[in-house]
Ligand binder design. Structure first.
Ligand SMILES: Nc1ncnc2c1ncn2[C@@H]1O[C@H](COP(=O)(O)OP(=O)(O)OP(=O)(O)O)[C@@H](O)[C@H]1O
Length: 351
């Protein structure tokens, strides 16, 4: 649906250049909810504004539904922009217009008839749950309600893509959740592709299917949200994930890591995802291998219905080679990831 090829944006002022991002490549599939996360200054806002050419890229291509919009004439670009709605952190509503008239605005510009506008506005306000606020002014609404108006307005011309620039950053967690639920509903119901720029990993975790991590103007990594959460590679990604999931072994555990009898014990970190989360790994170790398995720490979380988590288990057995058999069993039969942890907390071996 959206293909970004070798995209670069350099801001040029009199005496200096700022590279907002350099040589970015991304592929966003039809119907995806695609998140772009990154620290402040990473280039997120500039990138999303380049997707509808609110900002002109310095080099590269932005291909939307097969056409490179960087090459379009002004008229054709205006038409192409109708296929892309956008919502903003500060809502950007017209204060002197009612809710209904705000939603009507893009339809008026598109030259729709009064009757068409009335029908469409009513339909959109119903969709975003604001049918009873049609005649209110933006100042009479909460932040979450104003963003709902922003969403209704962005959908007025039946776009194929909805661009969301920090759309929940000005909202409290509960309102953020309700707006994300609405975006999910819109994605399900209308099949619209959604691109979300955010600095909040919670937002990615809650609704995105794919994510790209932007850092200092380049893509640090990208992929399925569940893969990035369970196996982050870049340091910047690990930092973001730590804020929402405590996947690290607590310090106090690491300091007491030895197993009373180092020759007969091992401390392992077991990471599991999806179906493997439901497997009875501890009882299998105890029953099949006569290994004592003492759970020291555990957490479990869910991303869009898929459970994943970590267990820190102390394994002890009179015969150390049986522990190795038990670890192999976990990896090969139960298909979980096992890391053996040393006293200092570093990983000895990983399967
Ligand atoms: N109009 C501009 N003129 C010059 N430099 C700019 C302009 N807009 C952004 N930049 C610079 O480009 C870089 C990327 O900025 P951008 O706003 O895209 O980052 P961001 O990831 O969205 O950050 P934030 O989360 O803080 O909004 C920054 O170094 C910023 O200072």
């Amino acid at each position: 649906m959206i293909k970004i090829n070798n995209l670069t944006k350099i801001y040029q002022s009199k005496d200096k250049q700022v590279v907002a991002f350099d040589n970015i490549n991304l592929d966003i599939g039809e119907g995806e909810i695609f998140g772009v996360i990154g620290p402040s200054g990473a280039g997120k806002s500039t990138l999303i504004r380049c997707l509808n050419l609110l900002e002109e890229p310095t080099a590269g291509e932005v291909i939307i539904d097969g056409q490179d919009i960087t090459k379009l004439s002004t008229y054709k670009l205006r038409e192409a922009r109708k296929e892309m709605g956008m919502i903003f952190q500060r809502f950007n509503l017209l204060k002197s217009r009612t809710v209904a008239d705000n939603v009507a605005f893009p339809l008026e510009i598109a030259g729709k008839t009064k009757r068409e506008i009335t029908i469409k506005v009513a339909e959109l306000l119903e969709l975003v749950g604001l049918a009873d606020k049609a005649n209110n002014y933006p100042s009479q609404l909460s932040g979450g309600q104003q963003q709902r108006v922003g969403i209704a307005r962005a959908l007025a011309n039946d776009p194929k893509v909805l661009l969301c620039d920090e759309a929940t950053s000005a909202l409290d967690p509960e309102t953020t959740h309700s707006i994300l639920e609405l975006l999910k509903k819109i994605n399900d119901k209308l099949g619209i592709t959604i691109v979300i720029i955010t600095h909040e990993m919670e937002v990615i975790k809650e609704i995105c299917t794919k994510v790209a991590v932007l850092d200092k103007g380049t893509i640090a990594e990208h992929g399925d949200v569940i893969d990035i959460f369970t196996n982050p590679q870049a340091e910047v990604t690990k930092r973001f994930i730590e804020r929402v999931i405590n996947a690290n072994v607590p310090e106090e555990l690491l300091s007491r890591v030895t197993v009373a009898n180092p020759d007969k014990g091992r401390l392992v970190k077991v990471s599991f995802i999806g179906e493997s989360a439901a497997k009875p790994m501890v009882s299998e170790l105890v029953h099949n291998f006569a290994i004592d398995a003492n759970i020291l720490y555990g957490n479990i979380d869910k991303i869009q219905g898929t459970p994943f988590g970590t267990l820190i288990i102390e394994l002890t057995c009179e015969n150390p080679s049986i522990i190795e058999d038990g670890i192999n069993y976990l990896v090969e039969e139960l298909e979980v990831k096992v890391e053996v942890i040393e006293n200092e907390g570093s990983v000895l071996s990983s399967n």
